[in-house]
Design a protein around this ligand. Structure first.
Ligand SMILES: CC(C)(COP(=O)(O)OP(=O)(O)OC[C@H]1O[C@@H](n2cnc3c(N)ncnc32)[C@H](O)[C@@H]1OP(=O)(O)O)[C@@H](O)C(=O)NCCC(=O)NCCS
Length: 187
């Protein structure tokens, strides 16, 4: 492991580094299969745009992007971000991408969300975590639900993907629910 920050069973999270921009990361956000149910992939991602994004988020205290790395091969397979961190309302939003498609369906997203949630409630003193997913993005919805998130509503026709408007499923996890879930051993 290199510079681990949050360590789970099969994966760990660390700060995104400049070298990560040279890897496959750049292409994940151009790949129409990966971005099918995302806001990304609408306009082409360029070297310059990803570097500008990196510089912005490096200095930000309200948006943090962490590299999601497989412990076994020390392979950078995706990113998980904490966005719109609000220190008054103690809330934030989580976004995730597993860019290496051979790593889908192996439980890595669920692990990453769970270990980040632990950090949010245990160290960052947050009270509410939110996430949104296109209604057809079953893997994403399920990964958040496995980590203790509940569906709290729908934003109607909030996305346009695959030629049609799609509802966004809004999910959230409160500190109190997270504590109760841990006490019951369900998350
Ligand atoms: C969505 C995504 C994050 C899921 O990551 P993942 O590592 O494959 O998810 P996990 O392996 O932790 O799976 C979580 C659950 O969803 C299920 N699942 C995963 N992909 C699925 C799919 N395509 N269809 C149905 N179920 C799926 C898993 O079986 C698991 O449920 P289970 O434990 O009850 O069997 C990943 O596929 C991805 O990054 N996709 C592209 C980008 C994206 O859509 N990001 C999310 C934007 S909101």
């Amino acid at each position: 492991m290199h510079y681990p920050f949050l360590v789970a069973d099969k994966i760990y999270l660390r700060r995104l580094q400049k070298e990560d921009l040279e890897g496959n990361y750049f292409q994940w956000l151009n790949d129409q299969t990966i971005t099918k149910w995302m806001r990304h992939g609408v306009f082409p991602n360029s070297c310059e745009s990803i570097k500008a994004f990196y510089e912005n988020q490096s200095a930000s205290k309200t948006d943090i992007v962490l590299a999601l790395v497989l412990k076994e091969q020390d392979r950078h397979i995706g990113n998980i971000g904490l966005h719109s961190i609000n220190y008054v309302f103690s809330s934030a939003e989580i976004g995730i991408i597993i860019g290496e498609t051979d790593c889908w369906g192996k439980g890595y997203a669920s692990e990453a969300i769970s270990v980040l949630a632990y950090h949010c409630f245990n160290r960052l003193n947050l009270n509410r975590l939110a996430a949104g997913a296109v209604d057809e993005n079953i893997g994403s919805i399920r990964a958040f639900e496995k980590s203790g998130f509940s569906r709290e509503g729908i934003s109607r026709q909030a996305y346009f993907c695959e030629g049609q408007y799609h509802d966004c499923v809004n999910l959230s996890l409160l500190h109190s629910e997270w504590l109760a879930g841990r006490a019951h051993g369900s998350i």
